[in-house]
Write a protein that binds this ligand. Sequence first.
Ligand code: NIG
Ligand code: FE
Length: 408
Amino acid sequence: MQTFDALPSADGLWTHLRQPDGASTAIAVAAGRIAWIGAPEAVPAEHAGAPRHDGGGALVTPGLIDCHTHLVYGGQRANEFAMRLAGASYEEVARASGGIVSTVRATREASEDELFASASARLRNLLAEGVCAIEIKSGYGLALEHERKQLRVARRLAEAHGVTVRTTFLGAHALPPEYAGRPHGSREYIDLVCREMLPALHAEGLVDAADVFCERIAFSLDETERVFQAARALGLPVKLHAEQLSDMGGAALAARYGALSCDHIEHLSQAGIDAMKAAGTVAVLLPGAYYTLRDTHLPPIEALRAAGVPMAVSTDHNPGTSPALSLLLMVNMACTVFRLTVPEALAGVTEHAARALGLSDRHGTLEAGRNADFVLWNVKEPAELAYWFGQRPVQRVVRQGRIVGDAA
Ligand code: NIG
Ligand code: FE
């Protein structure tokens, strides 16, 4: 396979591009950044003589951003899909020693190279659709060496594929099997997460943010707060799997810690929305998990919109509740199932997704100074990006200043 560094440079002047509002635009790329963007008749002299790349009138958008994934894991869980089809709930599957813990077993058994190979194959699907930045969580190791293995793979994926990766430590995803059944197992495990795992992995440069699964089948509000305190002591931003199955008050707690995002949020209350608005926390909507679990409790989209909380959209790729490898399908579902408008859904996989990862200074919009990450689409109008599903209308991707085809 061709290495990323061997791909052609995108440096030069990109002409004949169309913004989503119909305006013609040109983009000057230099050294992996957008050096200038504006109307074709206003190209500054310093860029006018640069090598030309003719966009052929294609629609251009910022590179897509998948801001919530569990991409690195061993095995798969099609058996649970069958159990749920036969009537079992996600919680029943989890309590029957399936669920997250079964992926933990498979992830612990896998070597770093095996995890890298399987995650690379999955990542290629996302990249081919125009994804230029992605978040990858740990949380299927649940022991220092195995969480480390997952996060190291995430860092290697960034290097090998030339894609921006933000790593999130999710040690508090589930109680590891060796702690289950102990009288104070949950407290002891959270001690380990806060005192050993998070500080050690942070010291190794493997952690960009911390997350918790705050839910009655996972960790309590108090345990969540302990992890947030440990993250704060290390200067790390926090995120939360919040109010997915019930209203735990997690979003309001996360907002108190200035969380970058609260994710899932099907059962989010108005108090949670108000707290997120005040803290500038992004609401990450995950229609793939909603769909896979055949959930019927919609996230409070209308109230989030009314409050002006920025909404992002992501795959939540994971083997249990969202085996989705198409961010554009999530855009479609965010519109059809969650009733987002097309501009809202597209902002959800660009500008607002960047904000959910703390990446707004370099990603999510097309502006001078941002990374040269953009996508040329084979569509006549932006609504087609939400309308089609099952095809990839990608003409060309520019990622980290390199030109990649649609099969990167
Ligand atoms: O985001 N909600 C918790 N975590 C994952 C599911 C993980 C799993 O079932 O393996 C999620 O949906
Ligand atoms: Fe998740």
